[in-house]
Design a protein around this ligand. Structure first.
Ligand code: BES
Ligand code: ZN
Length: 659
């Protein structure tokens, strides 16, 4: 032993001979290095290249520390108190284990900024204290919690209990004071776990590759209601003590909790809205097509497997449009436009009940399997409910957006199976997984026809229900169930091009909208001074035509032209948050400063990243815009979600170097 260690040291240190005392010291040092390497795991940057031979390989998710191939969680019981005074969640979680590798002696969990108070292990209903170790913190991954599973019973541990507390700045939670809410009565708290924030309020295997059922007991103040991505009971008394069951197995990113002054309004027997009172009626009216959306999706793609489907309307600081938490999608209020013009968002979040929640991307590299299939289904739902013409307009707007992004993104980020390269996954999502993904499915639909392609999708959902799918296994599945069954329609080479190569294939279908052609024709006349603004025939334009019209106006209009447009159409005062967004972008590039007070209000009241980040980016192009943005941000910051803060600060910090 001694001489072996001595040899290792001599090799490592490149020296000829050493004294025994030094050997002992070096041996201890080596042990420390090995232990700390174990604890401070460095994210494995996946470097594997696509090969058609690799279809059955399971990839390790690069955004988790969990040893889920050895042991995985099959059920979680959360017993938590929501503490509005300190902005923390405290309590314990019981994790029921499923051992895949015999003699697995540790369970590695993901955590971020959690205070771990104690860890117990359970064998045959006996709880005993467990040894555990919290690793060092990585900015993106958080810290691993290693729980020792060996016990004196010499039997397999079945459950692990962790007592813990979240940090007041937990990345997956937003806390709002009563004053920051719509009804001003009660504070509000909600979670946003996707992609890797579950670990900031639950010590868990935070990877889409692991699914678990859960139950929860949530205690909070009286007079606020807690809701979860589980079996919500709208009639439960607001007594501050709530219980939930989620019998379908889901990944940790779909565990969700919100607590606030929430009220419920039914839209149909199985759908309803939770919202603060000032928004409840408006939301229930805006989204009263939800049941019809469920019905058409079931008709097209098979049964809805989750029981109820409710919507939760969040405060406007919610950093996303929507989040597909099962049974209870979380929704931004910025889509309550009064005319159902933005309800494709509901179709989108609902569609995730098939693509994403039922069949889940295996890692965040495979996000296109969640978002691409969902964007495709979303549009099919819109077509069924609102007709082909609207569906085509929505496709067209998406494609324009994608084409713009394709000019901005580095080439290696235009691949569906994208290499995230260890980057913060919060910042890594682009329209590639969404719209390039959607275009891929539209391409397949066109090649095989709807009868065949829809049947394929139904079978895909059935065969993979409650499982995760990787890009490789999807490819293999497609080959067996679509390509080979209907030969000579799409080649495997073409599929590889779509999934694993950059940009858009040259034969991508880019449907055009007749409605938009009519808009183009009028814009053309206007821009060539053949008609005046007041001669534009816009009486039957919908929000989509307005969005298209504004998006395609030149970025160098004169101030007079901007004034005339605004006088006629009052864009600056639009009550549709999407129209305001594109108008403010146009105004900023044309230096039309009339919008500034309205823009300021917009940025102070909306925290949805998709709507505000492009505006901050446009603002910082000039020094005066940068100063304006900095001032507004300082005021808006307490109301923004941490994710929005991060994104805005990235924009401002980069610009700061210029001025
Ligand atoms: N699941 C996403 C939101 C998300 C994606 C959160 C990645 C965290 C990481 C949700 O379904 C979504 O795509 N929302 C879009 C809706 C839109 C495409 C209709 C949004 O928020 O804008
Ligand atoms: Zn989505």
């Amino acid at each position: 032993m001694f001489s072996r260690i001595k040899n290792i040291i001599m090799q490592q240190c490149d020296i000829k001979d050493i004294k025994p005392g030094l050997v002992l010291r070096y041996f201890l040092y080596l042990c420390a290095v090995i232990l700390s390497c174990h604890l401070i795991s460095i994210p494995a940057h996946s470097s594997e290249k696509y090969s058609t031979q690799q279809s059955s390989t399971t990839y390790q998710d690069e955004y988790t520390y969990a040893n889920y191939q050895d042991v995985s969680i099959e059920h979680a019981y959360l017993d938590l108190a929501v503490n509005f005074e300190q902005h923390i969640i405290e309590g314990f979680v019981d994790l029921t284990l499923n051992i895949h590798k015999e003699n697995t002696d540790e369970l590695i969990l993901d955590t971020r900024d959690l205070t771990i108070q104690s860890v117990l292990i359970n064998t045959n209903n006996q709880w005993v204290n467990a040894k555990y170790q919290l690793g060092q913190t990585d900015e993106i991954l958080g810290a691993k919690l290693i729980v020792n599973l060996t016990n004196s019973f010499n039997k397999q541990v079945q459950k692990v209990r962790v007592y813990y507390q979240s940090a007041s700045h937990a990345s997956g939670l937003q806390w709002l004071t009563a004053e920051q809410t719509a009804s001003k009565n009660q504070p509000f708290m909600y979670s946003q776990n996707q992609p890797v924030h579950a670990r900031s309020w639950i010590p868990i295997q935070d990877t889409p590759s692991v699914r678990m059922t859960y139950k929860a007991r949530i205690r909070s103040n009286k007079n606020v209601l807690a809701v979860m991505s589980a079996n919500n009971d709208p009639n439960t008394p607001k007594d501050g003590d709530y219980s939930f069951t989620m019998p379908q197995a889901i990944p940790a990113y779909l565990i969700a909790l919100a607590v606030g002054d929430l009220h419920f309004q039914a839209m149909s027997d199985m759908t309803g809205v939770y919202a603060e009172l000032p928004l409840l009626d408006k939301a229930a009216n805006e989204f009263n097509n939800t049941q019809a959306m469920i019905d058409v999706t079931e008709k097209l793609f098979g049964g809805y497997r989750w029981g109820r489907y409710d919507l939760l309307i969040l405060p406007p600081s919610f950093p996303y449009g929507g989040m597909e938490n099962p049974r209870l999608s979380f929704i931004t209020p910025t889509v309550i436009a009064g005319d159902k013009s933005l309800v494709n968002l509901i179709a989108h979040e609902l569609a995730h009940s098939w693509s994403g929640n039922l069949v889940t991307n295996e890692t965040w590299r495979d996000l296109w399997l969640n978002e691409g299939v969902t964007s495709y289904i979303e549009n099919r739902i819109m077509e069924e409910i609102f007709g082909e013409s609207r569906a085509l307009m929505e496709q067209s707007l998406s494609i324009q957006h994608l084409q713009h992004q394709l000019t901005q993104l580095p080439a290696n980020e235009t691949i569906l199976y994208v290499d995230l390269g260890g980057k913060n996954p919060d910042e890594a999502f682009t329209s590639i997984p969404y719209i390039k993904g959607q275009l891929f499915f539209m391409y397949l639909e066109n090649a095989y026809g709807r009868a065949v392609f829809d049947k394929f999708l139904v079978q895909y959902f059935n065969d993979h229900a409650f499982k995760s799918v990787s890009s490789d296994s999807f490819m293999t599945y497609m080959e067996a169930n679509l390509l080979n069954k209907h030969p000579d329609k799409v080649s495997k080479k073409k599929v590889v091009e779509w999934i694993f190569q950059q940009g858009l294939p040259t034969d991508t279908l880019k449907p055009t909208s007749n409605k938009f052609r009519l808009v183009d024709a009028q814009s053309h006349l206007l821009l060539n001074a053949q008609i005046k603004v007041n001669q534009l025939v816009t009486s039957n334009w919908t929000v989509h035509e307005w969005l298209y019209f504004i998006n395609n106006l030149p970025r160098d209009l004169s101030i007079d032209e901007m004034i005339t447009l605004d006088e006629h159409f009052d864009f600056t005062n639009s009550t549709n948050d999407e129209i305001s967004h594109v108008w403010y972008l146009l105004a900023l590039s044309n230096n039309y400063r009339v919008i500034m007070p309205k823009l300021e209000q917009y940025l102070l009241h909306i925290g949805r990243r998709k709507l505000i980040i492009p505006l901050y980016k446009a603002l910082v192009k000039s020094e005066s815009g940068f100063n304006f943005a900095t001032k507004v941000y300082t005021q808006a910051k307490p109301f923004y979600h941490q994710l929005a803060r991060n994104s805005v600060e990235m924009v401002l910090n980069e610009a700061k170097l210029k001025y």
